[in-house]
Write a protein that binds this ligand. Structure first.
Ligand code: NAD
Length: 398
C-alpha cells in the first residue's frame, strides 16, 4: 500500500546531533487507566525529533520491511504541491495537527484508493469529516497521546498572560530594569475564576493542574462530569458558554473544532465576557473569529489572548494574532513536545499494525468509521466540515 505522510520541516540547521535530555520519564498509563500506545515494535529512540520530515514518525523501516511504500513531504499547500500529487493514488494519509494537511472534499475525491486518514496527534478537523463519511474513508487519531502535554501548555500560558511574563522577559533581553513597566499589567492568579469550555481529557487535566493555585473552577461541556469529580475539584457547572464567560477571569477553550464550535468566540460572545478577561485557546484557531479577538485585545475587553492554534496553519505572515497587543501566542507546539512525539509515533504504528492485520483499531481512536462518526468522534464531534478557508495556508512564506 502507499502511505503518504505530511510532516513539518526539519530544524533549519539540520537534525540535532544531541538533545538536552538523555531519556524521557517512564509513564505507566494515562490517568483514567487507558493504556499508552502499544505497537508491536518501535524503530526510533524516544526523545528524538519524529514529527519532522527526517524523523518520518519512525515508520520507514517498519513500512518498507512490510512491503509498503512511504512518501514523506512537507510540501502540502498550494496548487501542484507534492502532497496533492502523491495523494491521488495513496491508500493512507497521515498528518499532524501542528502542520495539517487539509484533506478537503475535493482532495479526498481526487484519491479513489484512500481508505484511512490518520491524525498523528489529536484533532481531526483538518480532514473534511463529512466528505470522509460520504466516501467511506475512516478517520482515526491517537486519543490521549498529547492531552496532558497541552494541559501543561495551558497552565504555562495562563501564568504568562496573568503575570505578564513576556513584557518582563523582553525588558531583561533589552538590557533594562524598569520594574514599574514590568509590573503594570501583572497580577496573581490566586483567587481568580478560571473556566473551561469543554472538560474532556485536556480541559479536565487543566482543571486538576490549576486546583492547587487556590482558584475558583468552572466548566461547560456537552457531557457533564461525574458528581464525584465536580465535588473533588469544587467545580461550578454552566449550562451555556454565555453563563461561563460572564463570570470567569480566565477562559480556557478545549473543545474540538466542528460546525457547532466554529467561530464560537465572535464579537457577540466576547462582548458577554467579563471585562478584561483572558482567553487561552489551545483547541483550534477557528473556534475564535481572529479579527474579533484582535479588536477585543485592542479595546481592553480582553486583557490578553494566548494559545498555540491558528487558522489556517501555517498562518499567513501578516496574521493579526502575530502583532495584536497582549498576546502570548506560540506556534502550534503544545502537543508536539519531544515527549508527546514518542507517544503519537507509537500510536500511529499501533493503528497501522491493526489496520494491516485486519484487527480492530481501539474504539477510543475512532473519529469516523464506516461512513459515520464513531468512538471519540461520536462523543466529541458533530457532523459536517470545518476545512473551509484552509487554502489560505498557501499564503505563508518561509
Ligand atoms: P476529548 O475528546 O477528550 O474532549 C473534548 C471535549 O469537548 C469532550 O468532553 C466533548 O464533550 C467536548 N465538546 C465537544 N463539543 C462541544 C461543544 N460544542 N461545547 C462544549 N463542549 C464540547 O479531547 P481532548 O483530548 O480534550 O482534546 C480536545 C481538543 O483539543 C482536540 O479536539 C483538539 O482540537 C485540541 N488539541 C490540541 C492540541 C494542541 O497541540 N494544541 C493537542 C491535542 C488536542
Amino acid at each position: 500500500m502507499k502511505i503518504l505522510c505530511i510532516l513539518y520541516d526539519d530544524p533549519k540547521g539540520g537534525m540535532p546531533s544531541n538533545y538536552p535530555l538523555n531519556e524521557l520519564p517512564a509513564l505507566e498509563k494515562y490517568p483514567d487507566g487507558m493504556s499508552l500506545p502499544t505497537p508491536k515494535g518501535r524503530d526510533f529512540t524516544p526523545g528524538e525529533l519524529l514529527g519532522c520530515v527526517s524523523g518520518e514518525l519512525g515508520l520507514r523501516k517498519y513500512l518498507e520491511d512490510s512491503g509498503h511504500t512511504l512518501i514523506v513531504t512537507s510540501d502540502k499547500d498550494g496548487e501542484g504541491c507534492v502532497a496533492d500529487m502523491e495523494l491521488v493514488d495513496a491508500d493512507i494519509v497521515i498528518s499532524q495537527p501542528f502542520f495539517p494537511y487539509y484533506v478537503t472534499r475535493e482532495k479526498m475525491e481526487s484519491a479513489p484508493n484512500l481508505k484511512m486518514a490518520i491524525t498523528a496527534g489529536i484533532g481531526s478537523d483538518h480532514v473534511d469529516l463529512q466528505a470522509a463519511m460520504d466516501h467511506g474513508v475512516d478517520v482515526v487519531e491517537v486519543t490521549y497521546c498529547n492531552s496532558r502535554s497541552v494541559a501543561e501548555h495551558i497552565v504555562m500560558q495562563i501564568l504568562v498572560l496573568v503575570r505578564d511574563f513576556t513584557t518582563q522577559h523582553n525588558i531583561v533581553n533589552d538590557g533594562g530594569w524598569h520594574i514599574a513597566d514590568a509590573v503594570s499589567r501583572s497580577y496573581d492568579v490566586e483567587g481568580m475564576h478560571i473556566g473551561t469550555i469543554a472538560a474532556g481529557r485536556i480541559g479536565l487535566d487543566m482543571l486538576r493542574k490549576m486546583k492547587p493555585f487556590d482558584v475558583h473552577l468552572h466548566y461547560m461541556d456537552r457531557h457533564r462530569l461525574p458528581e464525584s469529580i465536580e465535588q473533588e475539584l469544587g467545580l461550578t457547572f454552566h449550562e451555556t458558554v454565555e453563563s461561563l464567560v460572564s463570570v470567569c477571569d480566565v477562559i480556557n477553550i478545549s473543545c474540538p473544532l466542528h460546525p457547532e464550535t466554529e467561530h464560537m468566540f465572535n464579537d457577540e460572545l466576547i462582548s458577554k465576557c467579563k471585562k478584561g478577561a483572558y482567553i487561552i485557546n489551545t483547541a483550534r484557531g477557528k473556534i475564535c473569529d481572529k479579527d474579533a479577538i484582535a479588536r477585543a485585545c485592542e479595546s481592553g475587553q480582553l486583557s490578553g489572548y494566548a494559545g498555540d492554534v491558528w487558522f489556517p496553519q501555517p498562518p499567513p505572515n501578516d496574521h493579526v494574532w502575530r502583532t495584536m497587543p497582549n498576546h502570548g501566542m506560540t506556534p502550534h507546539t503544545s502537543g508536539t513536545s519531544l515527549t508527546a512525539q514518542a507517544r503519537y509515533a507509537d500510536g500511529v504504528r499501533e493503528i497501522l499494525e491493526c489496520f494491516f492485520a485486519g484487527d480492530e483499531i481501539r474504539n477510543e481512536y475512532l473519529i469516523v468509521q464506516n461512513g459515520d462518526l464513531a468512538g471519540m468522534g461520536a462523543h466529541s464531534y458533530s457532523k459536517g466540515t470545518a476545512t473551509g478557508g484552509s487554502e489560505e495556508a498557501a499564503k505563508f512564506k518561509k
